[in-house]
Design a protein around this ligand. Structure first.
Ligand code: HPA
Length: 267
């Protein structure tokens, strides 16, 4: 196995092509906590592989993160790669494993990446539990970046306006917001949530931003969708827990799956 992350992604892509029998994929979807049950609505499963069979992927550390990659053919004939689970920065493995899914997808030909996550809502419009919100932009508070050296990548339009417009054709009621990522694994303090609201954040989570940067580096377009699973810490006085985050996902899986399925069909 290679030490260079880009070569490692090329190796993983070669195994994926061999195991799925698909040479070129069109779109990759990363299913965050709560989104996994939505995957079934996207199309017909061609193959499903544990990510640990692919070079560079580690076993998932978090309950509800399945750790599989599924090749799916959509009704419009698109080849999709669905990552059921992801690696998070808080697992302590560093930045490269967090974006290995995206680099592998890019090495299989993917030009569109759909990133989903579970998030806390920071404002009244983004606090309706069970609602999907389109990510319009992000604030990366993880202190990490998947790029090193003098790669001065432009991030003016990380989340493609074209793809957001397409999602709104499917569901005109979708709100948009700025997603803030902290490293985790702790949830935020109420004082941090007040700070993030002042800074212009609308949703808070622990993923997505590093993958979005890696996708832009690879030249792929990005669509980001947050599923609001709770009002952010301190906003309603209730403590937060991971079980609640997963339960919201289970309860809303059909709606999320239909939304993603229809968006992918329009690509
Ligand atoms: N904070 C951080 N991550 C999250 C939250 C939250 O409130 N809800 C779901 N993921």
């Amino acid at each position: 196995m290679s030490n260079d992350p880009y070569s490692l992604a090329t190796e993983a892509a070669a195994v994926l092509r061999r195991r799925t029998g698909v040479d070129d994929f069109d779109v990759a979807l990363v299913m965050g906590s709560g989104w996994v049950p939505a995957a079934d609505a996207i199309g017909e499963t061609v193959a499903e592989i544990p990510v640990t069979d692919l070079p560079g992927f580690a076993a998932p550390a978090v309950a509800g993160h399945a750790g599989k990659v599924r090749a799916v053919r959509t009704s419009s004939g698109r080849h999709s790669l669905i990552f059921l689970g992801r690696t998070h920065l808080y697992e302590g493995r560093g930045v490269e494993p967090v974006v290995h899914n995206i680099r592998t997808a890019a090495a299989t030909g993917v030009r569109v990446v759909v990133l989903t996550n579970a998030a806390g809502g920071l404002r009244p419009e983004t606090q309706r539990v069970g609602e999907p919100i389109l990510i319009s932009d992000h604030i990366n508070m993880t202190g990490a970046n998947p790029l090193t050296g003098s790669t001065f990548l432009d991030l003016t339009h990380v989340y493609a306006p074209r793809l957001r417009a397409l999602a709104r054709e499917v569901d005109p009621t979708l709100a948009e917001g700025v997603y803030v990522a902290f490293r985790g694994p702790t949830y935020e303090t109420p004082a941090e949530i007040r700070m993030l609201r002042t800074l212009g954040g609308d949703m808070i989570g622990m993923s997505t931003v590093l993958e979005a940067i890696a996708a832009r580096e690879a030249g792929a377009e990005v669509l980001g969708v947050s599923l609001v699973t709770n009002p952010a810490a301190g906003l309603v006085g209730e403590p937060l827990n991971h079980e609640e985050v997963l339960a919201v996902g289970r309860a809303t899986a059909t709606r999320m799956g239909d939304l993603l399925g229809q968006v992918v069909d329009k690509l």
